[in-house]
Unconditional design. Structure first.
Length: 467
């Protein structure tokens, strides 16, 4: 869950209001049988279900990611180059120029050499009302990167270049940050999400490009290395309920369990632990499911009196200094991908069937949802925005989740009623406790998996457009 009056709550309210009214903002431009472990695979039925189209609304989500050597060579470059190898990437080869950057969170101005790569134009299968970018990169000390998006509307006019994130894996050079107040009066970037202001008008984003700008300290040969970048574009219709799906096979993954609430009051500078740390706590559970861990050296900064210091570590290194919280979706994916040989994306799934397909081949998911207390039996709380980790399904099809909003690590494993959980996760509209219409995430999730997935995992990921 997020802290009181979180910025994503403001986003939800704004998107709900925009469903029937055009936004009147001023125009301002700004540049993966049983759960036997991570490598296990269930029968190919999982992938077959997905590929046969059992999921509804097949045309509502489009994923496009650039990660191969060919991908990197297809973009437009200015000082960057593609590097081959087992895991190709993009690096800064020769600076295109020098730029001063004043960090709004430290007030410090520094000069940086930079180079850029711009993707080819991508036309999604679905003209979009929302786009969420995500990336996987390493940024050694003395380097950082910026991700931008620009697109063409369905009426052939264009957006400005929007900043989708200024990011470094560490926090010694810049403070990783989203950028507020980006709008052209027709679309707006809300922290990490590009959104059409008035979807009811019929306006859509017909195509888009992504731009990477890599920065390094002047006079050095340092470079970020970007392994993957891309976006999920979607046009999920307004809906308070979604059709029920039939349960598949029962399956449960052995995922570590961590509670966010054992960290209440820890590190106020990273949003004070507790309810604000659902996203990094969930991310850390799945990072460790895949056998990755921060080193003792990386954890040396954490107060030794605190249990589960790796959760504190995840909070610090997902923290968005503008959002003032750890719930920036792409920053969590980027954090997970800093571990060796990991891929991570933010996407939408179209149904619980797709999520079951992932779990059956050994891929858990972090899901985003909001609900009133009475809407999710057994949760014991309501929330305007919360992340939890889905690790399995019972024989009756109920959802098994590691819910970090639990009083202890031992209490984290929960079983939620399928129909209730399915609806709160996939809907795009809901009523709050006061009867006001608010937004739902429409199936948003984070997916993390190794760079060499098992064949069954690869097949399911490919069916979702992620490989």
């Amino acid at each position: 869950m997020t802290s009181s009056t979180p910025r994503r709550t403001v986003l939800a309210a704004a998107l709900a209001a925009a469903a029937g009214t055009a936004a009147a903002a001023p125009a301002t431009a700004a540049d993966p049988a049983t759960g036997t472990g991570p490598g296990s695979t269930a029968p190919d039925r999982a992938a077959d279900d997905a590929e046969r189209g059992h999921a509804p609304d097949a045309g509502l989500v489009d994923n496009r990611f650039w990660s191969s050597y060919t991908d990197w060579r297809c973009g437009t470059t200015a000082g960057t180059k593609a590097v081959a190898g087992p895991r190709p990437g993009l690096v800064l080869a020769a600076p295109a120029g020098l730029v001063d950057y004043t960090d709004p969170h430290t007030g410090r101005t520094s000069a940086w050499e930079y180079a850029s790569w711009t993707s080819p134009v991508h036309t999604p299968a679905v003209p979009a009302t929302e786009v969420i970018a995500s990336w996987n990169a390493s940024t050694p000390p003395g380097t950082w990167l910026q991700v931008e998006l620009s697109g063409t509307y369905s009426d052939a006019t264009t957006t400005p270049w929007y900043v989708m994130g200024r990011w470094a894996s560490g926090d010694g050079d810049i403070r990783r940050t989203s950028v507020d107040d980006q709008t052209d009066g027709r679309s707006t970037v809300w922290t990490d999400t590009f959104a059409i202001d008035d979807a009811a008008s019929g306006l859509r984003l017909r195509s888009y490009r992504l731009r990477l700008t890599l920065h390094r300290a002047p006079g050095t040969d340092l470079t970020p290395t970007v392994r993957r970048i891309g976006a999920m574009a979607s046009d999920v219709p307004d809906r308070f309920t979604v059709p029920a799906t039939e349960p598949g096979l029962d399956h449960e993954l052995d995922v570590p369990r961590y509670s966010q609430n054992t960290h209440v009051g820890q590190y106020p500078e990273y949003d004070n632990g507790g309810e604000a740390w659902c996203s990094p706590t969930s991310s850390q559970m799945i990072v460790e499911y895949w056998g990755r861990h921060p080193s003792a050296e990386q954890l040396a900064w954490v107060n030794p009196a605190f249990a589960d210091p790796q959760v504190c570590h995840a909070a610090r290194f997902t923290y968005d200094h503008q959002y003032q919280g750890c719930g920036n979706w792409p920053f969590n994916a980027a954090y997970a991908a800093t571990y060796p040989d990991m891929n991570a994306v933010v996407t939408r799934l179209r149904s619980l069937t797709e999520l079951e397909s992932l779990v059956r081949v050994g891929i858990p998911a972090i899901t985003s949802q909001s609900f009133r207390k009475e809407e999710l039996t057994g949760a014991g709380y309501g929330t305007s925005g919360h992340l939890m980790t889905v690790i399995g399904f019972t024989a009756d099809g109920d959802v098994i989740a590691n819910d970090p909003a639990s009083p202890s690590n031992e209490a984290v494993r929960r079983v939620y009623r399928r129909r209730e959980w399915e609806n709160i996760w996939l809907r795009t509209k809901r009523y709050d406790a006061n009867g006001k219409v608010r937004s739902g995430t429409g199936g948003v999730c984070y997916l993390y998996w190794p760079t060499e997935p098992a064949p069954g995992q690869h097949r399911v990921l490919r069916s979702l457009g992620l490989l």
